[in-house]
Design a protein around this ligand. Structure first.
Ligand code: NPQ
Ligand code: MG
Length: 370
């Protein structure tokens, strides 16, 4: 494959409601899309980086810059193989996994469209539908939270994840456990808001029969999570810390994570995510597919990934309308708490380019050889 051009589209999409986490409030989703033009056809990839470096050190402007200055020139000069060659070609740049993942996804989309193969078949999907959970932001108060959770339960979501932080943890969790009843699947995500000083407080969450607690401590403190895991009953699940398969294996071996949240953007691409899934499956570690407020482009790829056999817990693969009144693709619609895995070539979705233009925050940046 030869890449003729890489176009970067920076767009802003309104969210249906503000989404608050321990690191801040989002009222719209500013997102970078990668459109590649190759000799075998076009492909689209979505970058999961946020507009600010609050979830991860990567953020949209940094992604644009590293692609323009380093990653795109390397691909435009050297790319003759396919998507599997992208990560090795880009290894000379340290980190910037979300930027690399978006490029690899776009190239994989172009390649698989040309070959007539879907993301799901290419990854080794074994299901045609995936169970969906929903991530619920921090609310102004408990009644507002319960109203929101009730709408998701009514829509059929199979699992609820509550965002927590110090001062917003035991009470909302108790209230939602009450609402869901004993059998309802419930988990929490702290996005690094706690420290080892909070171990005895976090142990109180054991009363609520949670599936897991996600990323209570900062990403570098994998050892601290192992300490917590030994001190509480609730399984500990790492998100931000897990940036590669080797880090995942180390964290599992240390006892820091007994369940893994897999996000392709965070680990440098879908191909690395598939490898991580394999490493976890071999070790009998359940995995689930995380979410980053993706548009239909990233959502399609996530749903394909979540159809692999080791994804045994419902993911943050929510329907389009959880975040957007209108999506960049045909919307993903919940049916019996599941989404259908696309079967068309590549991501299997068609990008509504008029909406890409409508939500554009500036002219696309066009990078080409020479
Ligand atoms: C998580 N996602 O699992 C993330 C956090 C998150 C669905 O809970 C812009 C960019 C906004 C990245 C909001 C969910 C974001 C973001 C939340 C990531 O930790
Ligand atoms: Mg998380």
């Amino acid at each position: 494959m030869r890449i003729h051009a890489i176009e970067l589209h920076r767009i802003g999409m309104p969210l249906v409601r503000p989404f608050e986490t321990s690191f801040g409030v989002q009222t719209s989703r500013e997102v970078l899309l990668v459109h590649v033009r190759t000799d075998v056809g076009d492909g689209w990839g979505e970058c999961v980086a946020g507009v600010d470096p609050f979830y991860s050190s990567e953020y949209v402007s940094a992604v644009e810059d590293v692609i323009r200055s380093y990653l795109a020139p390397a691909l435009l000069a050297g790319q003759r193989g396919g998507a599997a060659d992208v990560a090795p070609l880009l290894r000379f740049v340290v980190g910037h996994r979300m930027a690399k993942a978006a490029l690899e996804a776009a190239i994989l989309d172009a390649q698989l469209r040309a070959d007539g193969v879907s993301f799901g078949s290419h990854f080794g999907a074994t299901r045609d539908r995936v169970d969906c959970g929903v991530s619920v932001g921090i609310s102004p108060d408990i009644p507002t939270l319960l109203d929101e959770v009730r709408t998701y339960v009514d829509q059929g979501y199979k699992r609820v994840k509550l965002k927590i932080k110090p001062g917003w943890d035991l009470e909302p969790v108790a209230a939602v456990r009450d609402l869901l009843g004993a059998g309802g699947l419930l988990q929490v995500d702290a996005n690094t808001a706690y420290t080892l000083d909070d171990v005895s407080h976090l142990r109180e969450l054991d009363a609520f029969d949670l599936l897991l607690i996600e990323q209570p401590f900062v990403e570098e403190d994998i050892g601290a999570h192992a300490v917590l895991a030994r001190a509480i009953e609730t399984p500990v699940c790492l998100d931000e810390s897990i940036v590669s398969t080797s880090v995942a294996v180390d964290a599992i071996e240390q006892g820091a994570t007994s369940i893994v949240n897999i996000k392709a953007g965070r680990v440098g691409g879908y191909l690395e995510a598939v490898r991580m899934h394999g490493a976890c499956l071999t070790r009998s570690i359940p995995v689930w597919c995380g979410g980053m407020l993706e548009t239909g482009i990233g959502r399609a790829a996530n749903v394909a990934l979540a159809a692999l056999p080791g994804f045994t817990l419902p993911g943050d693969t929510s329907a389009s309308d959880r975040y957007f009144a209108e999506d960049l693709t045909d919307p993903f619609v919940l049916e019996d708490g599941t989404l259908t895995v696309p079967t068309g070539p590549g991501t299997g979705v068609t990008v509504r380019t008029e909406l890409v233009r409508h939500w554009a925050l500036r002219e696309p940046l066009v990078l080409s050889a020479g």
